[in-house]
Design a protein around this ligand. Structure first.
Ligand SMILES: [Fe+2]
Ligand SMILES: [Fe+2]
Length: 482
């Protein structure tokens, strides 16, 4: 069988030869009903019978892996898709650098590896749970379709991680696969594992910010795991990254279209002061300072996902050859990091300052720095739209010490520029930096559904091009009568 081709004959589409791997096939078939139950309980609320114009992978080669068609979401062909194996691949970093990549789990790293897979796996269903009510307030059928595409692909990412657990981790892998269906985003007793995945995604601006900022954390983690010496993990992540790109596209263009609509409305009304919030809101669009506050919130929550700046776990995972750096294969150094330092922003004597730390311990910090640089690119594009309309406003990512709940800056309060604030001053000023109840209420008031083809809610501009080059009036979702 050509590895690029996907076998769609059985219950579980795959390019991993499940037909010849009966133990894993049966394990996944046993897991499947629980997954479908989870999807029906926790997936998009209210549109399960609607026909959605979705892409499905039919091959994993770089060209033409996506096929578009109308699908009811519960009938989406979730499957196990790995990028092709590279013949003779070597472990690219750590103490085993240069040895043959592992095709089986190395016994001494079993627990560490399982934990990496479970943590990644847990984020995938979490985001589906967080986004489950958004269909009802979609600003257009185009946006609704994009939401559902993200949702089914996050579901597939769960499949990707569950395949690894079922195939390589025996009984405890099976138990972990079950537990991934039991935890619930935001649940008091059985929450998802990471903080940002227990927050609410209550409105569409949050959704766009989430897919821009938080899915981008996913990209960074997947890039680091795609370097793994454990080859099946590397191959899984490489394919997931092709899907992840669309999620960040949805976020970046979503925010761009919100910004654009705001700027257009301001210009048409002759409002040049972006801080005249009341006047801008009267136009039925989201004022730029509120968009900035939303960005502040989602960016800071996402930074927490990178963990402690100084981390023994990260050092161990790198040293063992399990989790690399962002684009490890393009870096020019010894790929062992046993000597060398990396500057880490720390709180020293009550001041935020850089300190050189052992490079191996600073890998979370390094990945976070790479993330911040990557996240800044799209922000530049948003600002270009604002500048084109001649409005004096610039969206800026807040300082990394702002609004943190994990790591070096947990114990302090800082403003968006990194100036330390006392508790009382923080309380007094936090509505300057983060969405307030009234900001949230205003955004919520705009979230009126727009389900007619070629129409868009008033607070967001239409996209420049359709999905799969479809024309503007294309019916991306055929909504079934309730
Ligand atoms: Fe994902
Ligand atoms: Fe994603």
């Amino acid at each position: 069988m050509n590895i690029a081709q996907v076998d769609y004959d059985g219950l579980i589409p795959n390019n991993v030869g499940l037909g010849q791997d009966l133990r894993v096939k049966h394990a996944l078939e046993k897991w499947h009903p629980g997954y479908i139950n989870w999807w029906n309980d926790m997936g998009p609320e209210g549109f399960q019978d609607s026909l959605v114009y979705l892409r499905t992978a039919i091959s994993v080669d770089p060209k033409g892996w996506a096929k578009f068609d109308y699908v009811r979401m519960p009938e989406y062909r979730w499957g196990v898709l790995l990028a092709p194996q590279h013949e003779g691949r070597k472990i690219p970093f750590g103490m085993h650098k240069g040895e043959d990549a592992w095709q089986e789990v190395p016994g001494e790293y079993r627990a560490m590896l399982r934990r990496l897979v479970v943590i990644q796996g847990d984020t995938e269903p979490a985001s589906v749970e967080q986004q489950r009510y958004l269909g009802k307030t979609a600003p257009s059928l185009y946006d609704m379709r994009n939401l559902f595409q993200v949702n089914v692909e996050e579901g597939r990412h769960l499949w990707a991680m569950v395949y690894l657990l079922q195939k390589y981790f025996g009984t405890d892998g099976r138990e972990e696969a079950e537990a991934l269906l039991q935890r619930r985003s935001g649940h008091a007793d059985t929450p998802r594992m990471l903080g940002a995945f227990n927050e609410k995604t209550p409105d569409w601006l949050s959704f766009f910010m989430f897919t821009y900022f938080t899915d981008r954390d996913g990209k960074m983690q997947l890039e680091a795991l795609a370097q793994s010496g454990f080859d099946p993990l590397s191959r899984t992540c490489r394919f997931m990254l092709t899907e992840e790109a669309h999620h960040m596209f949805v976020g970046e263009t979503g925010v761009t279209r919100v910004v654009q609509r705001t700027c257009e409305a301001m210009k048409a009304a002759g409002i040049s002061d972006p801080n005249n919030i009341e006047a801008v809101r009267k136009l039925g669009v989201i004022d730029l300072p509120t968009i900035q506050k939303k960005a502040n919130m989602h960016f800071s929550l996402t930074l927490d996902l990178f963990g402690n700046e100084i981390s023994t776990n990260a050092a161990n995972a790198f040293h063992a050859g399990l989790k690399g750096r962002y684009r490890e294969d393009r870096l020019k150094d010894d790929h062992k990091l046993e000597s060398g330092t990396y500057p880490v922003l720390r709180l020293i004597d009550g001041k935020i300052q850089n300190e050189d730390s052992p490079a191996l311990s600073a890998l979370n910090m390094r990945l976070r720095d790479d993330y911040v640089a990557d996240a800044n690119i799209g922000v530049g594009r948003w600002n270009k739209v604002i500048a084109e309309h001649g409005i004096p406003f610039e969206i800026k990512l807040p300082h990394v010490a702002f609004h943190r709940h994990i790591g070096e800056f947990t114990s302090i309060k800082a403003d968006v520029n990194g100036n330390l604030l006392g508790d009382a001053e923080w309380e007094k000023r936090k509505a300057e930096f983060l969405p307030s109840d009234s900001d949230r209420e205003f955004i919520e008031s705009l979230m009126q559904p727009q389900f007619e083809p070629n129409k868009f809610a008033g607070w967001i501009a239409p996209p420049r091009v359709g999905i799969d080059n479809k024309p503007g009036d294309f019916e991306y979702v055929k909504i079934a009568d309730a």
